[in-house]
Design a protein around this ligand. Structure first.
Ligand code: GLP
Length: 247
């Protein structure tokens, strides 16, 4: 494994969530008013629950940071129950008391997604993200950077692959309701974060986690670019890390 990757293997999802929240809180403590990158998906939910507990217990203060989210479906109304704006408000931001003007998420209702993406890219890069939380898609995507024949650089308006539509359909009333596009931070934008905190849980992620961390660096596995980043922390549970641990 690349020496720039630190791997923590935890027994289960609960321990993974606690470990990730502690690592994140340690980073926020060094600069409580810094910029931090957030992710959606099922994996970071437990970590967000732990962060809320820490905030309420006075063990950490996440209310002064500035948040930048990786991505948002397009088009989607911000108050739609499956928008990432809604997700972040409900799973984390409201409970930690993060002011609305510190929540940056690409707008799913922007008039022009390309202009929205370009403006968001400038914002995110200019903010110098200290730690970027990432999950990993079953197909190796990070944010909504899908497998492709090139690494998407800047934040952009992208088409979702059928595999992503299928795996996200579980959250919608019907698969037809899943938006076919999204605005996502690009790979270059993600790589500019000072530290990446990648979470992976469950056996289904084991093969792709191996591909990402030990396989060939290829845009067919967008997360494999993380091998080139100078500071990546991976927190996985035993199930997701089972191939990594075996080598
Ligand atoms: C979505 C998000 C990704 C996330 C991925 C994995 O498509 N855009 O940021 O990492 O799903 O989700 P899960 O954690 O639910 O497996």
């Amino acid at each position: 494994m690349s020496p720039n990757i630190t791997l923590f293997i935890e027994n289960d999802y609960e321990q993974l969530s606690r470990k990730a929240a502690r690592i994140f809180a340690d980073s926020v403590r060094t600069n409580p008013v810094g910029s931090f990158g957030f992710a959606t998906g099922g994996t970071p939910e437990g970590m967000y629950t732990e962060m809320i507990k820490m905030q309420k217990a006075g063990e950490a203060d996440f209310s002064q940071l500035t948040a930048y989210n990786l991505d948002e479906y397009f088009p989607i109304e911000p108050d739609h129950h499956q928008s990432y704006e809604y997700f972040m408000a409900n799973k984390l931001f409201d409970a930690i008391g993060l002011p609305h003007d510190k929540r940056n998420i690409p707008r799913g209702d922007a008039k022009d997604p390309h202009i929205e993406a370009a403006e968001y890219d400038v914002l995110a890069i200019g903010s110098r993200i200290q730690m970027q939380i990432l999950g990993i898609g079953n197909n190796g995507h990070i944010g909504f950077n899908e497998p492709s024949d090139y690494f998407r650089g800047a934040t952009g308006h992208v088409a979702l692959t059928q595999s992503t539509i299928d795996s996200n359909a579980r959250y919608f009333d019907s698969p037809d309701d899943v938006p076919r596009h999204a605005i996502t931070m690009g790979v270059k934008t993600i790589m500019m974060a000072e530290t990446i905190l990648l979470l992976a849980s469950g056996e289904a992620k084991a093969p792709i986690l191996w591909d990402a961390l030990k396989g060939l660096i290829t845009p067919l596995v967008p997360a494999s670019i993380l091998q080139m980043h100078r500071d990546v922390i991976v927190v996985a549970d035993n199930a997701a890390a089972k191939h990594l641990a075996a080598v």
